[in-house]
Design a protein around this ligand. Sequence first.
Ligand code: MLT
Length: 412
Amino acid sequence: MARINENYRKLHAGYLFPEIGRRVAAVAEANPEAKIIRLGIGDVTLPLAPAVVDALRAAADEMGTADGFRGYGPDSGGYDFLLDAIREHDYASRGIEIARDEIFVSDGSKQDSGNFQEIFDTSCRVAVTDPVYPVYVDTNVMAGRTGAMQESGHYAGMLYLPATEANGFTPDPPSEPVDLVYLCSPNNPTGAVADRDNLERWVAYAREHDAVLVFDAAYDAFISDPALPRSIFEIPGARECAVEMRSFSKRAGFTGLRCAYSVVPAEASGRDASGGRVPLRQLWARRHATKFNAVPYPIQRAAEAVYSPGGRKQTGEQVAYYLENARVLREGLGEAGFTLFGGVHAPYIWMRTPTGMGSWECFDRLLGEAHVVGTPGAGFGPAGEGYIRISAFNSRENVAEAVTRIRGAFGA
Ligand code: MLT
């Protein structure tokens, strides 16, 4: 008898975005004439930068030659040319030294942030923010690290840290110890960004309690203030207690190409049953080599091209375009009296629903009346109730049109 993993049955609903997709499909079917504007899932809309396309083409040509053909990639996932570009441009440029063998190239930060928990015991206590990117929670539920979903909307055994207007959506460490903490900055879904002081408190907490910080920096390219930290490793002491995920998806339009990486520093460790220290890098490398066969060579060449002078300029313009969309949303909706957060160092606007409306109700009103898709805040956790997330990933024209339609749907 093939018994199933019962933990999957604890998951209280389908994954958020397919559920939204179903509702959007139903409205689209009932209103075939409607021009639906999708500001829901954070998927990029601009075409690939020319430098990226050129690199893809050149690598494809190379693969078609006897000398240039390549089969399986390196065990760590990353070719040296990409590892060195990452080290130089993402880290050395901000005074951070990262070694090649601390970088693991993969096909996405969703996968990396979801898979990282595998190298820890199921007894580990996990802390997440609320609201939270659902992947951190669901993968720990699947692994059996929680009990059932409670009436509060929280899984038993997991510690939720409310991210609220009062704390600027960047909660401080709790007073009790936990083993694993997921942090995301710039934040999905609230668009908030953690400042240096906040991250220093988290690093101090992790060191005090021997905890590990899983720092998801998939949106770092959207930080427009150079004084704000883009990496957890800008904080002294983080190498002993943190791992970091970065992605080419949002910064360079790779949601369809797939390339990301995790940094696991040599000093970061967990404990074995007898209390001995075990380097996390060793376990993650073992997992990576067993379960993954590297991102294809042409995609890694395309990722390398993101760091070329042309690639930096072109992808920088793409990020600036989305940030300008976010400004249009913030200003247009703000002038109409909506209360908004985020969207300055992130492609997401976190909007309070009008008149205390529930977030799924607000989602349905926006979809049904304005034909605009957002993401209900409650889908990211109970503390997201009363908010809706609006993504800036779309054309300027659609974003401006969405502002008009959202105002119309609420008579604002
Ligand atoms: C989102 O909309 O939250 C993101 O697209 C999810 C992701 O990047 O996986």
